[in-house]
Write a protein that binds this ligand. Structure first.
Ligand SMILES: [Zn+2]
Length: 695
């Protein structure tokens, strides 16, 4: 289990952010036919030149693209830069996996080739049926009483089987970033968020009914009688609803102070005395520790109460469900289809599953990413790209330094502290210096589920081995082909996988305006995360420690509240007959919006500096647009997207990032240079009289 504090550029566009929720490999299997072309970084044909950039800049920059690029049947979001590049990178990765599966040249290629081949072997999946999960179900059947649950969870964990209940892992101590400690956090739900269980309206009530119906079908497919399946589904719903009620909100979880509670083992035992923690920790085989972070104490207190209020039979149903649901994507077609129907189609609006080769490529990347990535970067990341990135990052660092110097609201003493933190940000570009060693992971060519179990146990043991040690600063949380980037507050570092250092984000051949609008804003976004409402609570060493003076923190919070209030008013999905209008959650998205606003501003400053060095002007025209206009259009075209209504609703609840439209219109309307570049009149929507600004 990975750390939860990483601040991404975007949530994974698929439904998966962690292994246990990995999206399903589909049952259809048509090999890809041709390599998707490189994506243009600045494309006039994507624009709607009939729209007024001062009224709706997103429509102006993306209108034609949106009209001619509906969401494909196997997706729920289709984004001009992200989705097209994800598809291209995945195709290039598939070529490598397919070749390795047919004719491996190295032991590493044999390993990931076999993993991919096992995933593609749907005949073997059908033949195995439910056999790969039967032993876990037998363990659950043998449970004699609630007291035996902790030891049982340990046994399931050792088999690599998903089991619900909560999250437990090792991560950096937020107040002592040179050490790694154990952490317990709420979890145990199957639906995407606690809101799905507890919000009282027609829309969510209908989803809850459909979820219970889905569980009944899955249990019936697995051989239960209809009556038994109905009883089990009702029990799972009751337990998960109680867990949802005991969970804190996603927005509260973003606040580091609300998720840091150091407990001794004795204190943990009095918080939740009916759960035998010693048996659990012994069972999972983690090393000795005396204290840990209980991120969400109230959850564990409530869980303790549930242990005596819920009967044993209900807990057995709950565990059986998590074993089945957690692996439904790797089971025979009947289970796969039913799982797809509810979790992807009903909840996300996806019309059909992705082709099997796509899903198996993504699955192999998630499972053995630093194995496949080694070969991928050799083909797809020229060494010269790293030098160019180093220069861009340096330009952005300088611009953020100038920005801090010029801030109207910050005292000199706090400016100095901010500059110190900025100077300590480390950069990781492309891929790890040292690759992870997967040699202990057993991979079979015919057993998909067993392979996923072996990887899950490997990942878990890899994580547990960190207990009590300083963190490895060279480690990556993303695989090399990933189209994304992140800032890690406890490391105070920014990370750019090779996958995003490609056109249209980063293009050797494009003019500086377009590169600064693309990858430049991405770099600025990640740097600004170090100074958003969450990241700003950590110092340069990655410790949760206040470095702003009280008056500066107050001025900072007034400014972030301006952003939160502004984005609260942005619509994510309009009202329908069955569902109310869904607006963005200004506080859930505050860190990302602050990073977007800062990123756009400092990348512009870095562009000005770069043009000045080259003796060029921001008003110079190329193909009819000034450099300033090309910068903003290039930026906006990174975010052109179409989204299924159901997915837009889901993302508004679970995704800390705003949708493309508001990443564009929300930021440009807060930055006067935009209105000036397009000759807008003060008071027009994209050039308002009162704008919000933090950095
Ligand atoms: Zn971000």
């Amino acid at each position: 289990m990975k750390s939860f504090r990483v601040l991404l550029l975007l949530l994974a566009l698929s439904t998966a952010t962690v292994w246990a929720q990995a999206p399903a490999p589909s049952q259809s299997d048509s090999a890809p036919t041709s390599e998707p072309p490189a994506i243009k970084s600045f494309d006039v044909s994507a624009m709607d030149l009939t729209a007024d950039p001062c009224t709706d800049f997103y429509q102006y920059a993306c209108g034609n693209w949106m009209k001619s690029n509906p969401v494909p049947a196997d997706q729920v979001i289709w984004a001009r830069s992200f989705s097209e590049l994800i598809e291209r990178n995945r195709y290039l990765l598939w070529q490598e996996l397919d070749a390795a599966a047919k004719n491996p040249q190295t032991p590493l290629q044999r390993q990931y080739g076999d993993f991919y081949a096992a995933c593609m072997d749907t005949d073997a999946v059908e033949k195995l049926g439910l056999a790969p999960i039967r032993s876990s179900w037998s363990e659950i059947d043998r449970l004699k009483g609630v007291k035996g649950i902790p030891a049982l969870l340990g046994r399931l964990d050792n088999q690599g089987t998903p089991d619900g209940f909560f999250n437990f892992y090792v991560s950096v101590d937020e107040k002592n970033s040179s050490n790694q400690i154990a952490e317990l956090r709420q979890g145990g739900l199957s639906l995407p968020d606690r809101d799905y269980y507890i919000v009282d309206n027609k829309h969510f009530a209908a989803i809850r009914d459909q979820y219970v119906g889905h569980m009944k079908k899955m249990f019936t497919l697995a051989g239960d009688s209809p009556e038994q399946a109905a009883r089990e589904a009702a029990a799972v719903m009751e337990i998960e609803t109680a867990m949802a009620k005991a969970s804190i909100s996603r927005t509260d979880l973003r606040d580091p102070d609300k998720r840091y509670h150091i407990y001794t083992l004795v204190e943990l035992s009095s918080l939740a005395p009916d759960f035998d923690w010693n048996a659990y920790f012994r069972g999972i085989g983690i090393g000795h520790f005396d204290t840990l972070n209980v991120a969400t104490p109230d959850y564990f207190k409530a869980l303790n109460g549930m242990l005596s209020s819920e009967p044993l039979a209900a807990w057995k149903s709950y565990l059986r469900w998590h074993v089945l649901h957690g692996q439904a994507a790797y089971l025979p077609k009947a289970f796969f289809d039913e799982n797809f129907e509810f979790f992807q189609h009903t909840l996300g609006g996806q019309q059909e599953p992705e082709a099997r080769w796509k899903q198996c490529t993504s699955l192999t990347d998630r499972a053995l990413g630093e194995a496949v990535g080694q070969d991928w970067v050799k083909q797809n990341f020229p060494p010269a790209a790293k030098d160019s990135m180093d220069k861009l990052v340096a330009a952005l660092e300088k611009a953020l330094g100038e920005d801090i110097q010029g801030l109207p609201w910050m005292t000199d003493q706090t400016k100095k502290a901010a500059e110190q933190k900025l100077a300590m940000i480390r950069n990781k570009i492309g891929y790890p210096e040292k690759w992870r060693d997967y040699s202990s992971v057993k991979v079979s060519r015919t057993a998909l589920i067993q392979n996923t179990h072996h990887v899950a146990v490997y990942d878990r043991n890899y994580n547990y081995a960190k207990l009590g040690k300083p963190p490895d600063e060279k480690e990556w949380d993303m695989t090399p082909p990933t189209v994304n980037a992140y800032y890690e507050p406890s490391f105070n570092d920014i990370n750019f996988p090779a996958g995003i250092l490609q056109p249209p984000f980063f293009d050797f051949k494009a003019d500086p305006a377009v590169n600064f609008g693309g990858i430049g804003v991405v770099i600025g976004h990640e740097m600004t995360h170090g100074f958003d409402d969450e990241g700003s609570k950590y110092d340069g060493k990655g410790n949760l420690r206040e470095w702003q003076s009280p008056e500066d923190r107050k001025a900072f919070t007034e400014r972030t509240e301006c952003i939160a209030h502004e984005y609260d008013g942005f619509l994510a999905a309009p009202a329908t007959a069955d569902a109310p209008a869904q607006y963005l959650n200004g506080h859930l998205t505050l860190g990302e919006n602050t990073a977007d606003n800062g990123g756009l501003r400092i990348a512009y400053q870095a562009l000005l500096d770069t043009l000045a060095q080259e003796g060029k002007s921001i008003d110079e025209k190329i193909d009819g647009f000034t450099e300033a206009q090309r910068y903003f259009i290039g930026f906006a075209q990174v975010w052109c997207q179409n989204t299924k209504d159901a997915a837009a609703r889901r993302y508004a609840i679970i995704d800390p990032h705003s949708p493309g439209k508001w990443r564009v219109n929300g930021t440009v309307q807060n930055f006067d240079r935009f209105g000036e570049a397009f000759g807008c009149k003060k008071g027009q929507p994209m050039y308002p009289v009162n704008a919000c600004r933090v950095w």
